[in-house]
Design a binder for this molecule. Structure first.
Ligand SMILES: C[S@@+](CC[C@H](N)C(=O)[O-])C[C@H]1O[C@@H](n2cnc3c(N)ncnc32)[C@H](O)[C@@H]1O
Length: 351
């Protein structure tokens, strides 16, 4: 009998064997890391999947290296802000301090070559908005590792900040193959190719070369057309005052078929990190015509997707839970069949 009380972080381990040979159990098995840092042509450093990663897997959870109140960015002259930021980062213990000062400074490096300016450039290149509730207070945070994830317009990962634990979480929103680059969206991907490129240039100083941006022109045109359809559908579906019969005679696209079309367009555009938004609209449209079962199916999918990328406490998730619990008692029940009197919906609250 072999027993090792310290094995598994103190959980212990016992084995029965016929051999007196040493068991290779000197330490915990080392888990295979999900990613590794690599140089990626045209992007400096990025993260590649070191093994297959399943949709839904949490890839990283990190607390901030530095958190900054947005009001101080506005209130202070750049030099003073950069000095404070530098001192805050310099006070971190190693290896966290080294990891912070190692981050990218790609945000249009200007100004003097001082370590204060370097801290400022690191902040500008890598900070995430991490406001607690409805963006208040307006906090911005820099995280090791997570800040190495490059942008993609069809990202395979999504993140959300959990204010209760001050933890930034990164989840896989699709199955990811070994060797594939991990990406998140730095900007709203529901924009045409030209609008996405312009925004990335303006705010981040790079041109995107992701698969969606590198399509041949005829497929870019098709993708842009789908984006415009998504934008139009989001506008009509979020107007809860248009009853279905009236909409049909006025050629306005609402109802379950419009919701199904929205889901399809999200899929075709690879908007996996945003699927909860399409499923939310579909759930409401089915409930709006009194089909409780189909409404519940879409609401379940919305919950599954939404919990992954938004955490547990969002209003739209509560809304979907209420629909699942009792579709006929939900505010949206048969709202498309009424005469536009029900307007109690919570509009567009999936973001
Ligand atoms: C938050 S950092 C990401 C990690 C960074 N690549 C590094 O080396 O640490 C943001 C910077 O990465 C680069 N970057 C991110 N996504 C990119 C992309 N899709 N194409 C080109 N450069 C990208 C840009 O220089 C951007 O300013």
């Amino acid at each position: 009998m072999v027993t090792r009380p310290v094995f598994g972080g103190g959980k212990g381990d016992a084995a029965s064997t016929h051999t007196s040979a040493d068991w290779p159990l000197e330490s915990d098995p080392v888990p295979v890391p999900a990613w590794s840092e690599q140089n990626i042509p045209g992007k400096d450093v990025g993260l590649l999947a070191a093994r297959p990663i399943r949709r839904g897997e949490r890839i990283m959870a990190r607390t901030p290296a530095v958190m900054i109140d947005g009001a101080s960015v506005d209130a202070l002259p750049v030099d003073s802000f950069a000095g404070l930021l530098h001192d805050a980062a310099a006070s971190l213990p190693e290896p966290h301090r080294g990891q912070f000062f190692n981050l990218s400074t790609n945000y249009g490096s200007t100004g003097e070559d001082t370590s204060e300016n370097e801290a400022y450039q690191i902040f500008a290149t890598n900070a995430f908005r991490t406001g607690v509730a409805d963006g208040e207070p307006d906090l911005h945070s820099v995280f090791r590792d997570i800040s190495r994830i490059n942008h993609g317009c069809q990202p395979n990962c999504a993140y959300f900040f959990d204010p209760a634990t001050l933890t930034h979480n990164v989840y896989a929103v699709v199955d990811i193959m070994q060797g594939e680059e991990l990406t998140v969206a730095y900007i709203d991907p529901i924009q045409t190719n030209a609008d996405r490129q312009a925004k990335l240039h303006r705010h981040w100083g790079f041109g995107c070369t992701c698969a969606r941006c590198s399509l041949p022109p005829h497929r870019v045109a098709e993708s842009d057309d789908r984006v415009r359809s998504i934008q139009a559908l989001l506008t009509t579906l979020d107007d809860y005052t248009t009853p279905l019969p009236e909409a049909m005679s006025a050629n306005v696209t609402v109802g379950p078929s419009a919701g199904e079309l929205l889901v399809l367009l999200f899929e075709l555009e690879g908007l996996h990190a945003r699927m909860h938004e399409a499923e939310y609209r579909l759930a409401l449209e089915w409930n709006g015509v009194g089909d409780a079962l189909r409404a519940t199916q879409a609401a379940r999918r919305c919950l599954d997707r939404g919990l992954l990328v938004r955490g547990a406490e969002q209003a739209f998730l509560t809304n979907m839970r209420q629909l699942v619990a009792d579709p006929a008692a939900h505010w949206s029940w048969k709202f498309r069949l009424d005469n536009g009197e029900k307007t109690g919906g919570e509009k567009n609250n999936t973001k």
